[in-house]
Design a binder for this molecule. Structure first.
Ligand SMILES: Nc1ncnc2c1ncn2[C@@H]1O[C@H](COP(=O)(O)OP(=O)(O)OP(=O)(O)O)[C@@H](O)[C@H]1O
Ligand SMILES: [Mg+2]
Length: 374
């Protein structure tokens, strides 16, 4: 074998962990202002008071989750009296699922899943908070997933008015949303609004130079020297900007490296990056499809098949065509399409016509949707 060919166990990754999308980077620049504001909101909780409520808002890949994770890690290092609980609402998106995660944080394991009521779990949580004098800080990440079925109000109501049923409990909430079209204040009931009163922290998109610096730092930390040339780094940055999501860039870098490695090259080439981009740009689609329930997958499937013929679909007509095979009511169907809109899989628009018509268009190429559904 020629000497410059890589052996099977030789790698281009110095530290593969660094290019995983859930990796919390040590070096975290350009979000100082947001981190300071968040710290300000949280601070009362460190002195036994209720943390101020906050909404973090910004497009995907602007560092919202990372900021929260870093601050939460810091809190956990410094005190046991303020307990931060991180909830991923893509996964836990009901009142029961969320209180169960809080319970798990305090007790160490989930409550029994069958035969336990919401109230029983909340009772247990409140007892611990009062007995151990613990203040709770709950981050609801990707809270747009709580918008359908009005779950957001149920969750916020129980958390923020807990002191009314359980005297002495103190809970603050951080709500994180990435869909700028979502107007949370409009989705929230008056009885929740009166106790929520959040400050809003905005996470602006990174600028070109910032993306460049972040990607460069990742590459230097994650890959061996010489694997990614300056020219190829520029290309990665260009693709990242095109997608508008830093996460796509990180995934892209990982895939391009794997391809180069597989081809036994010592550095990443243009074709590795372009090939990887074709997969990475669907990161959001592939991730969200994985979180869908069976019924929802079937509905998305019928949208994708139909969209091949008609770009704009009338929600009522689609419903008529699938209601027999799926046997669901229109209300449920409508909840599901609202959820898909919140998930940025489809666009849901209202049009005035004969009554109010609901128009559905897909945010992705139907063929790609079918591919990922399969
Ligand atoms: N300032 C930064 N420095 C280094 N890495 C960053 C920075 N901001 C974000 N990242 C990285 O980019 C990716 C996306 O960041 P993060 O998950 O925090 O974004 P987000 O705002 O929560 O996005 P979404 O709304 O899609 O959940 C992560 O892998 C994170 O490590
Ligand atoms: Mg996030």
């Amino acid at each position: 074998m020629k000497k410059n060919l890589l052996m099977w166990d030789e790698t281009l990754f110095r530290d593969p962990e660094v290019l995983e999308i859930d990796y919390v980077p040590e070096q975290f620049e350009f979000r100082d202002a947001q981190m300071r504001e968040l710290a300000f909101q949280i601070r009362p909780g460190l002195r036994g008071g209720r943390p101020l409520n906050t909404i973090c808002k910004g497009l995907p890949g602007t560092g919202k989750t990372t900021s929260i994770r870093k601050l939460f890690a810091e809190i956990e290092e410094s005190t046991k009296k303020l307990v931060p609980v991180y909830i991923n609402c893509q996964i836990d998106n009901t009142k029961f699922a969320i209180i169960s995660q809080i319970y798990r944080k305090l007790v160490g394991h989930l409550p029994p899943s069958s035969g336990t009521s919401f109230k029983q779990v909340f009772d247990a949580v409140a007892r611990i908070l009062i007995k151990d004098e613990i203040v709770l800080l709950v981050a609801l990440d990707d809270a747009n997933y709580l918008l359908y079925e009005n779950e957001i109000n149920k969750v916020l109501y129980t958390l923020l008015r807990s002191h009314e049923s359980y005297e002495g409990t103190r809970i603050g909430v951080i709500v994180i949303v990435s869909d700028l079209d979502v107007d949370l204040t409009r989705a929230i009931d008056a009885r929740v609004a009166s106790v929520f009163r959040p400050a809003e922290i905005y996470f602006p998109p990174y600028e070109n130079a910032e993306i460049h610096e972040i990607m460069k730092a990742r590459a230097m930390q994650g890959l061996f020297q010489g694997v990614l040339s300056e020219e190829m780094l520029d290309l990665v940055v260009g693709q990242t900007l095109k997608s508008g999501d830093l996460r796509v860039g990180i995934d892209l870098l990982k895939r391009a490296t794997l391809t180069a490695e597989h081809a036994a090259r010592r550095s990443i080439g243009r074709e590795d990056i372009c090939g990887a981009y074709e997969v990475s740009k669907y990161l959001h689609l592939s991730y969200t499809i994985k979180t869908l329930k069976d019924e929802e997958r079937q509905i998305l499937n019928s949208f994708a098949r139909r969209a091949a013929q008609e770009h704009e679909m009338n929600a009522g007509e689609v419903y008529k065509s699938i209601k027999e095979s799926l046997s669901i009511g229109y209300t449920r169907f409508y909840e599901i399409i609202k959820k898909m809109d919140a998930m940025r899989l489809i666009n849901l628009e209202y049009r005035e016509g004969k009554g109010r018509t609901r128009i559905i268009t897909l945010r992705y190429d139907p063929a790609k949707i079918l591919e990922y559904l399969a």
